[in-house]
Write a protein that binds this ligand. Structure first.
Ligand code: MLT
Length: 413
C-alpha cells in the first residue's frame, strides 16, 4: 500500500495561476465573443531578441554535427555561461564570485521550489505576506509547515511578515526565531523595492539571528531607482548569509525558453543539529548532480547571448517597453481614481480595490465587465486582500485598451 505524501493534502486549492487560468477559460467559453486582455500571470509577450535567436540557431547547428554535438552537460552549467554571469551580472557591480558558486538551472521557479530540500526537516521559515506562492507551497509539500488554518487563511507554523501600505509593502526582519527567510526584491507581487539601507538591516539581522536569506531577484533588471540594490551581494557580508536566485524569464523573455541560476556562496553555511557549520555550496552541488542533468546546451548558449553587447541592448529595449506599460497602468489607473503602488522598479502594479471590495470580487468584476484578467491579491497571501496585481508584460496596445476599459467602468464616480 503506497502511502501518499499527506503534506500535499494540506494545500487548500490549486496553484494560483492554474485557478485563474481555469476561471478565465470558463468565462471565455461562456462568452466566446469577449476580447479578453490578460494582465494576470507575469508572462512576457515580446519575442526573443535577435542576438539570442542567432545564438540558438548556431547551437542547434552544432548539435547536428558529430564534431560539435554535445551530450550530457555539466550539472552546474557550462563554464561559458557561468563566467558570463559573473562578468555580466556581478563584476560590473563590484562583486567577486568563483565559477563554482554559480549553478545554472532551468527556471527560477524550479530553483526556488527546490532549495529548501537542503535544509532540515524541522525547518522554520518566514515569508513576506503577500508573496510569490511557490516559496510557501514548496515548503508545504515537503512538510515544513503545519496545517492550513481555514479561519486565518494561513499555514500554522509559518512566520508571515506583513507587507502593508503602512510599511510601504516592505517586510521587516522576523522577531521570532527562523532558519530561512524568502525575500523577493523587487517584490512579486507588490512591485515595491527595498533600498540598500533597508537590505543592509536585513543582512545585519540575518547575521545576528543566524538565518539564511533566500534572495529572489528575478525582477532586478526593472530597477530604475539608484538606491535599490540589484544583488544582495552588494551588501558587505551578505555572502555569509544569502543565496541569490535569478531568472532569464523577465530580463530576456525566457518564460518559455527556461533558464535561471542560483548563487550559493562558499561562505554561506547552515548548521548540523550539534551546531557545527556546514557549507551550503557542496550540498546544493550534490543535490543538483543527483536530481538534474543540466540546462540544455542550446538554451545556455541563448542565455550567454543575453550578455553580448547586442543582447544587452535588445533585451533592455524590451524591458523599457514593458516599463512603459507599467507607467501606462500606474498613471491611467491613478487618473481613474485608484490607489496604485509598485510599477516603478518592477513590471507589476499593486492596485487597491475600490470601496473595500474583496480581491476575488474585483477580479470577477474586471473579468466580467472589462474582460481584463488580473491576479487577486489574496492569491499571494492574506495581506493581499483588498488588492489586485496587474502585469506590464502585455502589448502596449492591449495595456492601453485594458486600462481604458477599467477607467470606463467609472468606479469612483
Ligand atoms: C507571476 O506571475 O508571478 C510569475 O510570472 C510566475 C512565475 O514567474 O512563475
Amino acid at each position: 500500500m503506497a502511502h501518499v505524501n499527506e503534506n500535499y493534502l494540506k494545500l487548500p486549492g490549486n496553484y494560483l495561476f492554474a485557478t485563474i487560468a481555469k476561471k478565465v477559460d470558463e468565462f471565455s467559453k461562456a462568452n466566446p465573443d469577449a476580447n479578453i486582455i490578460r494582465l494576470g500571470i507575469g508572462d512576457v509577450t515580446r519575442p526573443l531578441a535577435p542576438a539570442i535567436i542567432d545564438a540558438m540557431h548556431k547551437a542547434v547547428d552544432e548539435m547536428g554535427k558529430t564534431e560539435t554535438f554535445r551530450g550530457y552537460g555539466p550539472e552546474q552549467g557550462y563554464d561559458f555561461l557561468r563566467n558570463a554571469i559573473i562578468k555580466g551580472d556581478y563584476e560590473t557591480r563590484g562583486i567577486e564570485l568563483d565559477t563554482d558558486e554559480v549553478f545554472v538551472g532551468d527556471g527560477a521557479k524550479t530553483d526556488v521550489a527546490c532549495i529548501q530540500e537542503i535544509f532540515g526537516s524541522d525547518l522554520k521559515f518566514a515569508v513576506a505576506d503577500p508573496v510569490y506562492p511557490v516559496y510557501l507551497d514548496s515548503n508545504v509539500m515537503t512538510g515544513h509547515t503545519g496545517s492550513w488554518n481555514v479561519e486565518k487563511g494561513i499555514y500554522d507554523g509559518v512566520v508571515y511578515l506583513p507587507c502593508t501600505a503602512e510599511n510601504g509593502f516592505k517586510a521587516l526582519p522576523p522577531t521570532e526565531k527562523v532558519d530561512i527567510v524568502y525575500l523577493c526584491n523587487p517584490s512579486n507581487p507588490t512591485g515595491t523595492a527595498m533600498t540598500t539601507a533597508e537590505l543592509e538591516s536585513w543582512v545585519q539581522a540575518a547575521k545576528e539571528n543566524k538565518f539564511i536569506i533566500i534572495y529572489d531577484s528575478a525582477y532586478e533588471t526593472y530597477i530604475t531607482e539608484p538606491n535599490v540594490p540589484h544583488s544582495i551581494f552588494e551588501i558587505p557580508g551578505a555572502k555569509e548569509i544569502a543565496v541569490e536566485l535569478r531568472s532569464y524569464s523577465k530580463c530576456a523573455g525566457f518564460t518559455g525558453t527556461r533558464c535561471s541560476y542560483v548563487i550559493v556562496p562558499k561562505a554561506c553555511t547552515g548548521y548540523k543539529a550539534d551546531g557545527t557549520p556546514v557549507e551550503l555550496n557542496p550540498m546544493w552541488n550534490r543535490r543538483q548532480c543527483t536530481f538534474f542533468n543540466g540546462t540544455p546546451y542550446i538554451i545556455q548558449r541563448a542565455a550567454e547571448a543575453y550578455y553580448s553587447p547586442e543582447g544587452q541592448k535588445q533585451c533592455l529595449a524590451d524591458v523599457n517597453y514593458y516599463m512603459e506599460n507599467a507607467h501606462i497602468i500606474r498613471n491611467g489607473l491613478t487618473k481613474a481614481g485608484f490607489t496604485v503602488y509598485g510599477a516603478t522598479n518592477s513590471p507589476y502594479a499593486w492596485v487597491q480595490t475600490p470601496h473595500g471590495m474583496k480581491s476575488w470580487d474585483f477580479f470577477d468584476l474586471l473579468l466580467e465587465k472589462a474582460h481584463v484578467v488580473t491576479t487577486p491579491g489574496t492569491g499571494f497571501g492574506p495581506h493581499g486582500e483588498g488588492y489586485l496585481r496587474l502585469t506590464a508584460f502585455g502589448s502596449k496596445e492591449n495595456t492601453i485598451k485594458a486600462i481604458q476599459r477599467i477607467a470606463d467602468l467609472k468606479l469612483f464616480k
